[in-house]
Write a protein that binds this ligand. Sequence first.
Ligand code: NDP
Length: 295
Amino acid sequence: MTDNTPQNSLTLLGLGDMGTALARTWLAAGHRPTVWNRTAAKAEVLAAEGAVTAASPAEAVAANRLVVVCLLDDASVGSALDGIDLTGKDIVNLTTGTPAEGRARAAWAEARGARFVDGGIMATPTMIGVPEAGGYVFYSGSRALFDTHRATLEVPAGARFVGEDPGHAALHDVALLSAMYGMFAGVSHAYALTEGEDIAPEDLAPLLSEWLGAMGFFIGNAAERLTSRDFTSGVVSNLAMQVAGSGTLLRTAEEQGVSAELISPYLELMRSRLTADPAAHGGEDTAGAITLLKR
Ligand code: NDP
């Protein structure tokens, strides 16, 4: 049964894999979204499931105050909304972008009389509408908009509001993704090292998971050190020792015929921190090397 009262009515622009997953969870929750997609066939599939289809982005935007946008990139958002009257609209942009794109898009929308919130989706389409999967969305920008539509926004996935700077949803999103790729790089290197040996990937997998879980303490430890700027108290694995040990990692890669390209940048960063002032930094935690990254 659908309930298209203003409290739960919304427009959705973009029915790719993610937009379609979002639309289906709103439909399942009793909303009747108005949908638009550049390739109309994808909207027709949703129409058969109960969505209202719009022939153009302008028609879709006119249908509801809340307009959720989930397109490929910021350029596609610009082209889809170009020239459309946004006065009085509440725009929630779930399209992945950079912090600067989020801020610029917010200013662009506000100049056209709309309220704006940017979002960063921390989930794959299969996690949308599945609370136990743990996916959620970072939101930032207009707190008033977020509070008005929070219940609707929480239907597909959990909502985490991270402040009124419209760039901060994207910044949180990208920070977490960047950390993820660092982990992927390390795991990829580990599998490459053991490939061709009598060590099955299936046997290494639980050891890697266990070890990375145990080493997760670095996250909170580094946060405390960055805040206090104390990189030396209570250090049990000092930088000088770690830089000396990094030679073993590089020689092992060479022995195994594996490129060290995925791990050498971090090892090099530690070495740079040490060689800048061995007496000052040799006893530090590796978190001190973070200070070298800011340009
Ligand atoms: P898809 O590639 O499946 O869909 C892209 C969507 O953007 C389609 O609706 C496409 O329309 C539309 N589009 C592309 N270019 C234009 C344009 N110039 N004008 C109008 N519409 C355009 O991507 P997803 O749905 O997976 O992703 C959508 C957003 O969600 C992206 O920003 C992505 O980064 C983000 N996201 C996706 C995740 C995922 O795992 N899929 C995870 C987290 C975030 P058409 O159908 O006509 O091609």
